[in-house]
Design a binder for this molecule. Structure first.
Ligand code: SF4
Length: 689
């Protein structure tokens, strides 16, 4: 059949945070194809073709694994069995209210989802704070960019990308680090590569020779876990050689002298000793970046997922500020976020233990009063627990119940045996999801939800752009949209939520979160995406932040010097290799969606470990051979891929698989500021299986 004969719905991709827009073609409740929308409606992909996931990754929507009916754990057999909504909702209400009455509200915790819409995430945090009265609400962005948010809030004011994808596509120079852009943000990488072909300079610093490095003017391999050393080294070089943007630094920043003092020990020789960066490579990068008309600093979880992740991002922010590459077109600080809605669902909507919607502090009495007026109930005024803290407190018996919307911590947490044991300790666990995930397998009640193709709402992409998501299909069987499920439970717990649509929820968001003040579904329909801050109806939104002032009272950015830390675990005789983790092009995060797409599984169908040829030879391991990897946490068997992408002594594994799950091995050291786990450095040993 020709696509043009089918029903068509314009929507936003449900995978990554680039936020490509496309038309979904359906017939008889089945997705038959997608095609990028006109460039006018799709500023992120700007008419570029979508990536392989965007084009072919939708079999999961009508997968036979979809949950079509609620499940409850049978009290006699202990197994999950199908149930009607009435029984399932009753069990949820009894489970949550029983814990609330016996142990108080803070014995409950809610996890929001960066895969769900802004409206659903807003309601999830409202459900936690208003209905359950708990201060414990967090989301999986804790595991990916919480250190970015912590660092950028301190230095420039907002914990978000400062610029547009359009700026990233047109920079004069790039420093990309800790980002496998080609595989994790494919359309963004295409635009960067095109610009590099047209003459832009590209520097890639990374422990692993990732795809984007093949296009770099300079690829520099660095030791995992010592990024502050080379970034502070670049800043020191810039200052020592008077390459900094004197006018920008004098007029728009504070605290230069403390920064100068802090970076002083990072001489080129010391940087080489600490992380293996050659002095000439350091000098070349520093000189090119400092003298470029514009530079984009792009990073992802290779920077953030460390026990000193916040320090890594502080160091990058200092370098961007000292060279004056913030607050102007084609330049800026560009954290490449993960999930489709990680900006909105991961923070903007207040799904954080210390922030209400719009990043308003939970302990600000003026803010609390506004929410009390709107909700008729004052939200808890103390910060709650982060995701890792919730798991610790579950082990300790202080957290007794969890409500998880669309997340899969049983696979995404470090040291998953420990995480699964915490889930088993709970008195009650409810999960709402589209599949029986590894987390849902531990639940007392599983509620069937709708996929992105079966709902209306909005996602906010990595450049702060809020875009509409439109319903193309009905949810299968008895599955319901997440916002409807939350509303039903809230009302059964005695509240009177009466939202008729996600558009009405967005109206409440814009009333309460000033950075979304001018955003409505009606306006998005009319004007396309809007980038926050967008404070009122007449505000066109903010393409790039800080062109006039930074988000502090004095309008100035702060240099916050970064400290060099050590990884929480270092190789030793028993576990001599460094394990690092990441993504591959064909899969997404814990693989909940992509492991159910046949075409994708035929390309990469199982977990593997990359090993450098010299390391493989020393261990007597051949390409394609089954190997056993062991850490202090656990042991798994996977296939070896012998390649020089990782360095000698470093092995790499993807994070998408439940069989051969890398988080059986990863360690539980956390960044003390953001609480992000150190997924990127663990010690392991490897041998033929
Ligand atoms: Fe979807 Fe990201 Fe691919 Fe675009 S680049 S189609 S948003 S997965």
């Amino acid at each position: 059949r020709r696509l043009d004969d089918l029903d068509v719905t314009e929507t936003t991709c449900g995978y990554c945070s680039v936020g490509c827009r496309f038309d979904v073609y359906t017939d008889d409740e089945e997705v038959l194809g997608v095609r990028p929308t006109d460039a006018d409606h799709a500023p992120a992909n700007d008419g570029f073709s979508t990536c392989v996931k965007g084009k072919f990754g939708y079999d999961f929507v009508d997968s036979e694994d979809r949950l079509e009916q609620p499940l409850v754990r049978d009290r006699e057999s202990g197994e999950l069995r199908e149930a009607g909504w009435e029984e399932a909702l009753e069990r949820v209400v009894d489970g949550l209210s029983g814990i609330h009455e016996e142990h108080g509200p803070d014995a409950l915790a809610c996890f929001a989802s960066s895969k769900c819409t802004n409206e659903e995430n807003y309601l999830l945090q409202k459900f936690a704070r208003q209905v359950l009265g708990t201060k414990n609400v967090d989301n999986c962005a804790r595991l990916c960019h919480s250190s970015t948010v912590a660092a950028l809030k301190q230095t420039v004011g907002y914990g978000a990308m400062t610029n547009r994808i359009e700026d990233v596509a047109n920079a004069d120079c790039y420093l990309i680090t800790g980002s496998n852009t080609t595989e994790s943000h494919p359309v963004l990488a295409t635009r960067i590569k095109q610009n590099v072909r047209d003459g832009a300079d590209l520097f890639v610093f990374d422990p692993r020779r990732v795809g984007i490095a093949e296009h770099a003017d300079q690829y520099t391999r660095v030791e995992p876990g010592y990024d502050v050393a080379w970034i502070n080294g670049l800043t020191r070089y810039v200052l020592e050689h008077d390459l900094h943007d004197e006018e920008f630094v004098a007029e728009r920043t504070t605290n230069l002298e403390e920064l100068r003092e802090k970076v002083e020990p990072f001489t080129p020789a010391e940087v080489e000793r600490l992380c293996g960066v050659a002095p000439d490579e350091l000098a070349n990068a520093a000189e090119t970046i400092a003298t470029a008309d514009s530079c984009v600093f792009g990073w992802a979880m290779g920077m953030t997922q460390h026990s000193h992740g916040t320090q890594n991002v502080l160091a990058l922010a200092n370098l961007a500020l000292v060279t004056g590459h913030v607050g102007k077109p084609n330049a800026g600080l560009s954290p490449f976020r993960g999930h489709n809605n990680v900006q909105g669902g991961g923070g903007d909507m207040g799904t954080l233990p210390n922030s209400l919607p719009g990043y308003q502090p939970v302990d600000d009495p003026d803010v609390l009063e506004v929410f009390e007026d709107a909700w008729g109930e004052r939200p808890p005024s103390e910060p709650g627990l982060t995701v890792p803290e919730v798991f610790e407190e579950a082990h300790a018996g202080a957290v007794r119940g969890m409500y998880v919307m669309g997340e899969n911590p049983a696979l995404s947490e470090p040291d998953i045996d420990h995480a699964e044991a915490a889930l088993e300790e709970l008195d009650f666990l409810a999960v709402q999801d589209i599949f029986l995930t590894e987390t849902a397998e531990h639940a007392d009640v599983v509620l069937p939800a709708a996929s992105f193709a079966e709902k209306d709402g909005t996602f906010t992409n990595t450049e702060r752009r809020v875009q509409l998501v439109r319903q193309a299909l009905s949810p299968p069987g008895e599955a319901r949209q997440d916002w409807q499920i939350l509303q039903t439970i809230a009302n059964r717990l005695g509240y009177d939520w009466s939202y008729a649509s996600p558009a009405e929820v967005m109206d409440e968001i814009s009333d309460l979160a000033p950075i979304y003040g001018g955003i409505s579904h009606e306006r998005l329909e009319r004007e396309g995406g809007l980038q926050w801050p967008c404070r009122d109806e007449s505000d066109p939104g903010t393409p790039y932040l800080y062109d006039e002032e930074f988000n502090f009272e004095d309008g100035k950015a702060r240099f916050v010097p970064a400290d060099l830390g050590e990884p929480g675990e270092l190789p030793d005789e028993e576990y001599p290799l460094t394990l690092t983790t990441g993504r591959v092009l064909y899969h997404f995060h814990t693989g909940t969606l992509t492991r159910r797409v046949e075409g994708i599984m035929s390309h990469v169908g199982e977990s593997f470990v990359e090993v450098h040829p010299e390391t493989a030879a020393q261990l007597g391991v051949a390409d394609g051979e089954d190997v056993r990897l062991e850490s202090r946490r656990g042991s798994i068997e996977v296939t070896a891929q012998v390649t020089d992408r990782p360095d000698r002594g470093v092995v790499f594994m993807p994070m998408h698989f439940a069989d051969g799950a890398v988080n059986e091995l990863t360690q539980e050291t956390f960044d003390p500021i953001s609480g992000i786990p150190e997924f990127k450095v663990s010690s392991v040993r490897l041998e033929a299986a």
